[in-house]
Design a protein around this ligand. Structure first.
Ligand code: NAD
Length: 482
């Protein structure tokens, strides 16, 4: 069978590799190799940084209106190919086609539109002092950015970095995850069609410790925007700190979902299911630690568990499917390992608990049944560590204070959902939770103008609107005597 073979995109051209090394890329729903990804080395990274540096001279001086016009064109072309991209993302990642069509690709389009609009409407303040001296801020793009993204929301998160980067006037070398590089490769064609000048975005594919590390340690790359695991983020930070690089680290999460007895019950149950199992639970924002007030704990489980059992697991292209395949065999085994650990820790498996074995074409796919675990201490590893799969633990609590303590008793601090119709309580709890983002009576609703990021081991820095602009630019204060 002829396999899809990706090429790096450097200086506006699809480029061959110095060494002819490729990585096998699997379709997780069938467990078979269907594409080959360049296993790029320092050599390719050096070429890409050179191309990005060359492009920076012109791009950083290109008027905002021109940059925005090109970005709107990128968004329009991507929108015209939405179905094609959604199909490719689903095949590459294992996610349902429905999710790719309704979440991944629309958001990727919006990332370009949003930041194109943002730069057209940016304002800078000037201040006049008592003595008449005038202060203003000069904002300059920083240079060549290194953009590194994970496999769970491939194009969504990659474009969340590329769009603000080029809007701000920076150029970049992007390294998508080696597990999900296909839509990034397809996007390069759109860059060409949209007339993005060569070298503004360079895409280098390959492994983290090889191509990724070469990019992070490159002396001509002064800023690194990274989304991925906390362990990797720590390693990156160790490389960047002595080089005084500007870093943004969006890392892991183990997010609490707190459900009070005075919630809108149906809405809380249904949204908790989405928050737990969307994208197979492979979203950093998934609500995987569910805390339910004791008075409604039994009622909650009686409603929640049967609905979870009904979630269809299988062919990601079938519109009935709600849970697709996990990204890799290794990741599936990690997730199943946590379920075994839960059993050893005394947990009760209310539903799911094993690999989902499908027939025919999908018999080797990496499917896991949506799993609900109860009767486990919130301090157990299964309830504390990021599993990043379709597995949740449910715990009872009595008081508001206890719920806050339970939610905060975790190394991560990315997001949290709070369910209560009592506005004062919801606000008190929201303001006491140590995370970067709290949703009250909803989940994963994103306004791109507000800051996004984590506290504790969920990361450093904020992205979104002006926060992304602050990252990709340097701000100099200038004081003029009168
Ligand atoms: P990962 O850390 O394994 O990989 C992320 C990226 O880093 C990949 O492109 C990888 O090739 C690269 N990489 C790996 N080692 C590297 C190194 N030494 N130097 C440079 N680059 C390196 O993460 P993953 O498994 O792809 O993604 C899952 C993780 O991402 C989860 O922990 C999840 O919570 C997190 N995540 C966080 C957010 C957020 O916004 N906070 C969003 C999505 C995913």
């Amino acid at each position: 069978m002829l396999k899809l073979k990706l090429s790096n995109f450097i200086g506006g051209e699809f480029a061959s590799l110095e060494e002819n090394l490729y990585i096998d890329n699997y379709d997780p729903s069938i467990g078979k190799v269907y594409a080959q990804i360049p296993d790029s080395s320092e050599h390719e990274i050096n070429l890409a940084v050179e191309a990005a540096q060359k492009a920076f001279h012109t791009w950083s001086k290109t008027p905002c209106s021109t940059r925005a016009q090109i970005m709107y064109r990128i968004a329009d072309i991507l929108e015209s190919k939405l179905d094609e991209f959604a199909m490719a993302e689903s095949k590459d990642q294992g996610k349902t086609l429905e999710f790719a069509k309704n979440v991944d690709i629309p958001r990727s389009i919006y990332n370009f539109r949003y930041f194109a609009g943002h730069i057209l409407h940016m304002e800078e303040k000037a201040t006049v002092m008592d003595n008449g001296y005038l202060n203003y801020v000069q904002r300059s793009p920083l240079g060549v950015a290194g953009l590194i993204s994970p496999w769970n929301l491939p194009l969504y998160l990659l474009t969340w970095k590329i769009a603000p980067c080029i809007a701000a006037g920076c150029t970049c070398v992007a390294k998508p995850s080696e597990f999900t590089s296909v839509t990034a490769y397809m996007l390069c064609d759109i860059f060409k069609q949209a007339g993005l000048p060569e070298g503004v975005v360079n895409m280098v594919f390959g492994k983290g410790p090889k191509a990724g590390q070469a990019l992070v340690s490159h002396p001509k790359v002064p800023l690194i925007s990274f989304t991925g695991g906390t362990v990797t983020g720590k390693k990156l930070n160790e490389t960047c700190a002595p080089l005084f690089k500007k870093v943004s680290l969006e890392l892991g999460g183990k997010n609490a979902n707190i459900i009070f007895e005075d919630c809108d019950f149906e809405k809380a149950v249904d949204t908790s299911i989405r928050a737990a199992f969307s994208n197979q639970g492979e979203i950093c924002l998934c609500g995987s630690r569910i805390f339910v007030q004791k008075s409604i704990y039994k009622k909650f489980l009686e409603s929640f568990v049967p609905k979870v059992r009904q979630l269809v697991v299988g062919d990601p292209r079938d519109p009935k499917t709600k849970v697709g395949a996990l990204i890799s065999k290794q990741h599936m085994e990690k997730v199943l390992g946590y379920i075994e650990l839960a059993k050893q820790e005394g947990g009760v498996i209310e539903c799911g608990g094993k690999r989902k074995q499908l027939d025919g074409e999908f018999s080797d796919g990496y499917f896991v049944e949506p799993t609900v675990i109860t009767n486990i201490e919130p301090s157990c590893r299964v309830a504390q560590e990021e599993i990043f799969g379709p597995v949740v633990t449910v715990h009872p609590f009595e008081t508001e204070e206890e719920a806050i303590d339970l939610a905060n008793n975790n190394q991560y601090g990315l997001s949290c959902s709070v369910w209560s119709e009592n506005g004062k309580r919801a606000r008190r709890v929201a303001e006491s939770i140590q995370v970067g983002y709290v949703w009250v009576n909803c989940w994963m609703v994103r306004d791109l103008r507000v800051p996004f990021g984590g506290v504790k081991q969920s990361g450093i820095g904020r992205e979104g609107g002006e926060y992304s602009m602050n990252f990709f630019t340097e701000q100099k204060s200038i004081c003029l005597a009168n």
